[in-house]
Design a protein around this ligand. Structure first.
Ligand code: CTP
Ligand code: CA
Length: 237
């Protein structure tokens, strides 16, 4: 499969891509995690590298994925680790793509030894909200801590519910996040999680809403990079 319609269109660019899921420890052997496979983020990294980009892949936990060739992988465990790694790499990036499934909450305390059954067993797990890495990037750019030219891309997996359909939720999230592109996957009915294909929309700050037909994660990656490339600042070279 040739997923790439625009060979070398990212030559000389540096992209930071997060992928996979974070794990938030509860005790030395347990964590709160999620089912992210990392496949979409890894596909983005692979296709971006094929298009000539220098790619830093900040990777949480994934299914057993081989790291794409010619990509720098920075492994991370928790959402806090991921934030540190993404912010560090973003300092010299043309774009940051947050494809990771970042845990919204972490256990408020981490037991230093294994939690045991018995008289002292907990019946609840107090949680603390993790920072929103994506929103933090947008804020950092607005505050001048990140170059104004840095493009910022978010991902969202949405289902329809009694409050609205997928696109309605996606538009609301896009308005809240204030990133430059929001890639929306329609989930539910077995779609997206742990599957090899998905479908949704790409919402752009230029007001466009591009529907994404079903296709491989490589094809999705191509479409996302096609939408991102025109947003990148002109190269000085
Ligand atoms: N994200 C992030 N940091 C977090 C949570 C999410 O950077 N702590 C990023 C994800 O990587 C993704 C985007 O934000 O690019 C949207 O994630 P999502 O979970 O859909 O958004 P939330 O704001 O967490 O909303 P929800 O309450 O629906 O989970
Ligand atoms: Ca979330």
């Amino acid at each position: 499969e040739r997923a790439d319609a625009l060979p070398r269109s990212l030559d000389g660019r540096h992209l930071v891509i997060s992928a996979g899921g974070t794990r938030e420890p509860l005790d030395p052997v347990r964590f709160l995690g999620n089912r992210s496979s990392g496949k979409q983020g890894y596909a983005l990294a692979r296709v971006a590298a094929q298009r000539g980009a220098q790619v830093t892949l900040v990777s949480g936990y994934t299914s057993d994925l081989a790291p794409p060739s010619a990509v720098t992988v920075v492994p991370v465990r928790t959402a806090q680790d991921m934030q540190t790694a993404v912010r560090e790499a973003a300092g010299h990036a043309d774009a940051v793509i947050m494809a990771a499934a970042v845990a919204d909450f972490r256990p408020s305390t981490v037991a230093t030894s294994k939690i045991k059954k018995g008289a002292d067993e907990p019946d609840t797990v107090p949680l603390t909200r993790n920072d929103d890495i994506l929103a933090g990037l947008v804020a950092a750019r607005a505050d001048g801590e990140l170059r104004a030219e840095t493009a910022i891309v978010g991902f969202a997996a949405e289902t329809g519910d009694e409050n609205g359909d997928v696109l309605t939720h996606a538009r609301a999230k896009f308005a809240r996040k204030k990133c430059d592109l929001l890639v929306v996957n329609a989930v539910g009915e077995g779609k997206a999680f742990e599957m090899d294909s998905n479908a949704g929309w790409i919402l752009s700050t230029d007001g466009s809403e591009t529907a994404l037909a079903h296709g491989s994660k490589a094809l999705m990656a191509s479409r996302v990079l096609d939408a991102l490339t025109p947003l990148l600042a002109p190269t000085t070279a």
